[in-house]
Ligand binder design. Structure first.
Ligand code: IPE
Ligand code: IPE
Ligand code: MG
Length: 246
């Protein structure tokens, strides 16, 4: 992992592109604090940037984009902050349903969505249904997502099959686990970007990231630009992925 400061104008012409990019949208709180604003203002700015970056990724031909929006641990935050985040999710979902009729992005959620209000769950369901037949970029929005709880979910599914006699415990394979998690059927992320300079996974894509390339950037999420995205893509293109080989 390396930490990088912003430089200007990166061209991504003719580079090796990742098929699946995942981003930990971190640093909203610090962005707000630096400006003497409440944390919720940082989340609003982050939500605005989310719209810009997903559009950009779709435009440059990324096939799968996973965005970490809310972790299973984020419920620990003060009630007013969680409330502000829920309001922003609701706004985004309503906007997606109202304005994005001609969009090509296929929206999916990863995480335990049953924890959200009935209203948000219903909007999530409609947004997923409404984009089901699209053939553009797949956007996995990680909401109430935790890598550990996802692995527990897979363990439960396989244990249930074993209890019914449909599967012998000894026959469990890595593929069966990959097929039992939220990202079933998708390629693992090639590149994981963490803005805000923190060197940790924070429970993101634990199973899927076994061989992902990490790019950590010293930029807070609301300030993360399309040029920063290009920088991360160029950094990825320079990596020598060996997958344990030589
Ligand atoms: C990420 O920004 C947004 C969520 C976790 C929902 P933070 O709110 O974690 O911002 P920092 O890390 O406190 O700056
Ligand atoms: C990870 O960021 C979760 C999201 C960005 C949604 P956190 O801010 O929650 O992670 P920690 O607490 O710094 O590890
Ligand atoms: Mg954070």
């Amino acid at each position: 992992m390396g930490i990088f400061k912003k430089k200007q104008n990166y061209s991504i012409e003719n580079i090796v592109m990742p098929e699946h990019v995942a981003i930990i949208m971190d640093g909203n709180g610090r962005w707000a604090k630096k400006r003497g604003l409440p944390r919720s203002a940082g989340h609003s700015a982050g939500a605005k940037n989310f719209r810009k970056i997903i559009r950009y990724c779709s435009d440059i031909g990324i096939k799968y984009l996973t965005m970490y929006a809310f972790s299973t641990e984020n419920w620990k935050r003060p009630e007013d902050e969680v409330g502000a985040l829920m309001k922003l999710f609701k706004q985004y979902l309503e906007e997606a349903l109202r304005d994005f009729k001609d969009d090509t992005i296929k929206l999916q959620f990863i995480g335990d969505t049953t924890a959200f209000s009935e209203e948000i769950q219903s909007l999530m369901k409609d947004a997923v249904e409404g984009s089901r037949n699209r053939d553009g970029m797949v956007l996995n929005l990680a909401m109430n997502y935790g890598g550990r709880s996802e692995i527990v979910m897979a363990a439960k599914k396989l244990a249930e099959k074993a209890a019914k006699g449909e599967l012998s415990a000894n026959d469990i394979t890595e593929k069966m686990i990959s097929d039992s998690i939220y990202t079933a059927g998708q390629p693992d992320p090639d590149l994981i970007i963490r803005p805000s300079g923190e060197y940790r996974t924070s429970n993101f894509l634990l199973w899927q990231s076994a061989y992902s390339e990490y790019v950590i950037m010293d930029k807070l999420w609301p300030d993360f630009s399309t040029d920063d995205m290009n920088f991360a893509l160029l950094e990825y293109a320079k990596r020598n992925r060996r997958f344990g080989g030589v």
